[in-house]
Design a protein around this ligand. Structure first.
Ligand code: PMP
Length: 424
């Protein structure tokens, strides 16, 4: 029978009189989100090239100046003159779009050049560029799983949604190890001795800013005959020689089979990639639907990303400046007794631990102080771990840091939020 099961309209108590009243399904979903303070409101921000982190907020009452403190343009490279110039110059030369998929007329010289640059950055034989970091994880992991029959995917408990979705779509059996827990990982590896397996993990985890013990994880994986897949999305451009990432900084790059990264965060543009040996990259290029059946990155985007990578390979100025301003933000937060997480990286989460209070704090920061920090709520973080995730860049001035901490102190006082224990 094609009758709906009991989870349908009647079971949900929706209007029976009008069979076309589908809107009720959606309004109910939205009401649920609102009742949990999880309904997301976009802030209408206009970025201004050359002025980052200053921006314009198009508020209901009119345009207002704001300082952005939650951007993933971690080094401000999205507005670097060399990057913007490469974008504009290549758009003038080649036009706005790619004109097709990579297989059908969309391959372009800037994309080919970008892939050579990325392979060189990671010391791998080859690389492959995707529409985004999300797509690179989803397309690569789902394809790997299909190309390795009987594969067990071993995934860190805090891996990003794009990894979770890629593994799910691979159809492989999956085992989850406790976050960064080597003993738990080893127990899983030992129990799966005689089958192919891939250990999938990240280098810098985006919500706490903590770092994986990459060399230890990779050595364990090797000992038990597992491949390694490392997401360096929050690290490329910022850590390691020339911005090659944390694996390089830890001397472990050679132990990683597939590294995945983004062109959208430290590199300031858009797109994602993997770098690996030639056969792996060629197989993903040839078999991954998420790569094959979609339009290629535009030549101008690829040229801009390439300019950004080349700049950060040669220059430490941005990385040094970022580390200095990150340290200053942490010192100022500690001095003010505001509760923040410090795991030694550039991600500085200030803990609120309540969804409604987190949203209220973000609203007050924006409205009263012209400071934009998006609240981070469930399911991005577990319930009770709601936070304001601050990402200082080399372009934030000391005066902006002082204004930030003053504003947070005012908001914490006004909303009666917990102030201790400082650095956690
Ligand atoms: N991996 C991780 C760990 C991420 O946090 C994100 C997104 N923020 C992605 C992949 C996706 O990258 P992109 O934004 O380039 O799609």
């Amino acid at each position: 029978s094609l009758q709906a099961p009991a989870t349908g309209r009647e079971a949900q108590g929706l209007d029976q009189a009008d069979p076309l009243a589908y809107g009720a399904y959606f309004t109910r979903a939205l009401e649920d989100l609102r009742s949990e303070s999880r309904y997301r409101v976009f802030v209408d921000i206009e970025r201004l090239a050359g002025r980052f982190p200053e921006a314009i907020w198009h508020a209901e009452g009119g345009a207002r100046p704001v300082t952005v403190w939650c951007s993933n343009d971690y080094l401000g490279m999205g507005q670097h003159p060399a990057v913007v110039e490469a974008l504009v110059e290549t758009a003038r030369r080649s036009g706005a779009g790619a004109g097709g998929t990579r297989n059908i007329s969309g391959n372009s010289h800037p994309v080919v050049t970008l892939e050579r640059e990325l392979a060189d950055l990671h010391g791998k034989a080859a690389s492959l560029v995707f529409s985004s970091g999300y797509v690179s994880n989803q397309a690569t992991l789902s394809t790997l799983g299909r190309l390795i029959p009987g594969c067990l995917m071993i995934s860190d408990a805090e891996n990003h949604n794009s990894i979770i979705e890629g593994i799910r779509q691979s159809g492989c059996e999956k085992a989850i190890f406790r976050h960064n827990d080597l003993a738990h990982l080893e127990a899983i590896l030992a129990a799966a001795k005689d089958r192919p397996k891939v250990v999938v993990f990240e280098s810098v985890y985006s919500m706490d800013g903590d770092v994986a013990p990459i060399a230890e994880i990779a050595r364990l994986a090797r000992r038990y005959g597992a491949m390694t897949y490392l997401d360096e999305v929050h690290a490329v451009g910022m850590y390691g020689a020339g911005g090659a990432g944390i694996a390089e900084a830890q001397g472990a790059a050679g132990l990683i089979d597939i590294v995945e990264g983004t062109l959208a965060k430290a590199y300031g543009v858009v797109g994602g990639y993997i770098a690996a040996d030639a056969a792996i990259v060629d197989a993903v290029r040839s078999c991954a639907p998420g790569f094959i059946f979609t339009t290629a990155l535009p030549p101008a985007t690829a040229a801009a990303a390439c300019a950004s990578i080349r700049h950060l390979k040669a220059s430490d100025v941005e990385r040094v400046g970022q580390r200095r301003q990150v340290a200053r933000v942490k010192a100022a937060l500690a001095a003010a007794g505001l509760p923040f997480v410090d795991r030694g990286t550039h991600i500085v989460p200030v803990l609120v631990r309540d969804a409604a209070a987190c949203k209220a704090a973000a609203d007050r920061l924006l409205d009263r102080h012209g400071i934009y920090i998006q609240p981070i709520n469930y399911p991005t973080v577990p319930r009770g771990q709601e936070r304001l995730r601050i990402t200082p860049t080399p372009l934030h001035t000391d005066a902006q840091i002082a204004a930030l901490v003053e504003a947070l102190t005012e908001v914490w006082g006004a909303l009666g939020l917990a102030r201790t224990p400082g650095r956690v």
